[in-house]
Design a binder for this molecule. Structure first.
Ligand SMILES: [Mn+2]
Length: 248
């Protein structure tokens, strides 16, 4: 089946050398995606990223798979997530991909789509928002990247551990997007469709708008799934969209 005319969206694969099943699932997925118009990877592609200089069999295998997708004529875009925000231009180039900002608005089959990772919408998690602000600052990142790889891995490990412990105490609505943030984003960007990941709650949410956007009183928020026990992808084509999942 031809993939021409398809634009694909995935996120939250959390690729990790210790989880071969997900890597295999991803490699299969990419092999089956050859010829698509574009593949958008909306953050948390890798479970951890401490710098582009931390090369491994995993990072090379993934980059080669994406480069061969690019060679099939597909465009590839990568957005940062809260785990791989240090993924740099050099690795993106290795993947024949382009880094994109969060949020990014694209046009796809005549529809305007806003793309995000999703963590910036979870504003009720005040602790996390503070942490995000810190680690997204150029100063923090430069200081971090100057450390040795061993040190960087140690810090990343500690951070993940802390975040796991904190998350277990947080109410589940705190860990989800703030509805008002979603509305603000849609109005600010003047789009009726938002696609994001991060929350690991795959779904299609239809919303009624009190104030219309582009003359329409409806908006859609599509949440991608994490690849922990299934793979998830959103396919957009001229006939519409479909949020798909498939076994590892
Ligand atoms: Mn995330």
């Amino acid at each position: 089946m031809s993939n021409v005319g398809k634009t694909l969206f995935i996120s939250d694969l959390h690729l990790d050398a210790d989880n071969e099943a997900i890597t295999k699932c991803f490699l299969n997925y990419v092999a089956g995606a050859h010829g698509c118009d574009a593949l958008y990877i909306l953050g948390d592609f890798f479970e951890v990223w401490v710098g582009d200089d931390d090369r491994s069999i995993l990072t090379d295998t993934v980059a080669n798979a994406l480069s061969s997708l690019a060679a099939s004529g597909s465009k590839i875009y990568i957005m940062h997530g809260n785990r791989d925000f240090l993924l740099g231009a050099s690795y993106a180039q290795h993947c024949s991909a382009q880094l994109i900002e969060d949020p990014t608005v694209i046009e796809c089959h005549g529809q305007k789509l806003a793309l995000m990772h999703g963590d910036s919408l979870c504003t009720r998690d005040i602790e996390y928002m503070k942490f995000r602000k810190m680690v997204r600052s150029e100063r923090w990142q430069n200081e971090f990247l100057e450390r040795s790889l061993v040190e960087r891995h140690m810090i990343a490990q500690q951070t993940r551990q802390q975040s796991k412990e904190q998350s277990s105490h947080k109410a589940s609505d705190i860990m989800d997007v703030t509805p008002q943030e979603v509305l603000d984003l849609l109005h600010r960007e003047q789009v009726n469709i938002l696609i994001h990941g991060h929350t690991h709650r795959p779904s299609v949410h239809k919303m009624r708008l009190q104030e219309p956007i582009n003359g329409r009183d409806e908006a859609i928020r599509i949440v991608l799934g994490s690849w922990d026990c299934k793979g998830w992808a959103l396919e957009f084509s001229s006939t519409g969209y479909e949020l798909k999942h498939f076994p590892h």
